[in-house]
Design a protein around this ligand. Structure first.
Ligand SMILES: Cc1cc2nc3c(=O)[nH]c(=O)nc-3n(C[C@H](O)[C@H](O)[C@H](O)COP(=O)(O)O)c2cc1C
Length: 200
C-alpha cells in the first residue's frame, strides 16, 4: 500500500460544481490524506514543518485544483515557494522527496480539444503544466500525467459524478500500488489508465 496526499486548492469551494464532487469522492479512502490548503491557510501562512512532515509520510503527492489562468490557484504557488526548500527538496543535499510521485489533478472550463497547438488555447495541457513537471523533477520526484476534467461549464451532474468515480478509482489504484508507473509516464492523461471507471 502507498499513502496518497492530496493538496486540494479551491479558493471558492462554496461556488464549486466540479471539484467539490471530485474531492468528496476520495475523502473517505484509506491511506489518503486530503490537505485543504485554503481551509488550512486562509492567510497564506504556510506551516512549513507541517507540510514537509506530510510530504515525508506519503508516496504520492497530488495537486488538485481548478485550472486558473492556465495554472493553479495562488496558494499552490505559495505552498511550493515555502515548502520546497533548498537543501531539503532540491540541491545537492536536498533529497527528502527522491522517488516520490507527483501529479496534477485539475478541472478546466475549456474543453479538451481546445488544448492543442491548433486549438483555441494554442498549447497542450502538458505544455501549460511544464513548471509543475520541472519542479517535480528538480526535486527528484517522478512526474505523472495529469488527471483532467475538461469542459466543466457544459458538464451535466451525471458527467461530473462519472468523473468523480473515475478519480476515486485512480486514487484507490494508486494506494493499492496497482498503477504501472512506466506505463503511466507514457500516457497523456492519467484518465487513460482507468479503464474500469466505476468502483465504489
Ligand atoms: C480566475 C479563473 C481563471 C480561470 N482560468 C481558466 C483557464 O485558464 N483555462 C480554463 O480552461 N478555464 C479557466 N477557468 C475556468 C475554471 O477552470 C472552471 O470554472 C473550474 O475548473 C470549474 O471547477 P469548479 O466547479 O470546481 O469551480 C478559470 C476560472 C476562474 C474563476
Amino acid at each position: 500500500m502507498s499513502n496518497v496526499l492530496i493538496h486540494f486548492a479551491h479558493p471558492a469551494l462554496e461556488k464549486s460544481r466540479t471539484n467539490r464532487v471530485l474531492i468528496d469522492a476520495v475523502r473517505d479512502l484509506p491511506s489518503v490524506t486530503v490537505n485543504d490548503l485554503y481551509e488550512q491557510y486562509p492567510d497564506f501562512d504556510i506551516d512549513i514543518d507541517r507540510e514537509q512532515d506530510l510530504l515525508l509520510r506519503h508516496e504520492y503527492i497530488l495537486l488538485h485544483h481548478p485550472m486558473y489562468w492556465y495554472s493553479a490557484p495562488a496558494i499552490i504557488k505559495q505552498w511550493e515557494d515555502l515548502t520546497l526548500e533548498h537543501g531539503w527538496a532540491y540541491g545537492k543535499e536536498g533529497n527528502a522527496l527522491v522517488g516520490k510521485k507527483m501529479m496534477n489533478v485539475f478541472t478546466s472550463g475549456g474543453p479538451q480539444e481546445a488544448y492543442t497547438e491548433t486549438g483555441f488555447h494554442q498549447f497542450t495541457v502538458r505544455q501549460f503544466l511544464t513548471p509543475f513537471e520541472r519542479t517535480a523533477t528538480l526535486c527528484k520526484m517522478i512526474y505523472l500525467p495529469p488527471f483532467a476534467v475538461h469542459g466543466t461549464h457544459r458538464m451535466t451532474d451525471e458527467e461530473v459524478l462519472a468523473a468523480a468515480l473515475q478519480y476515486r478509482t485512480l486514487v484507490q489504484r494508486l494506494t493499492a500500488d496497482d498503477i504501472d508507473i512506466t506505463l503511466a509516464q507514457q500516457s497523456v492523461y492519467a484518465n487513460d489508465l482507468i479503464t474500469q471507471p466505476y468502483s465504489l
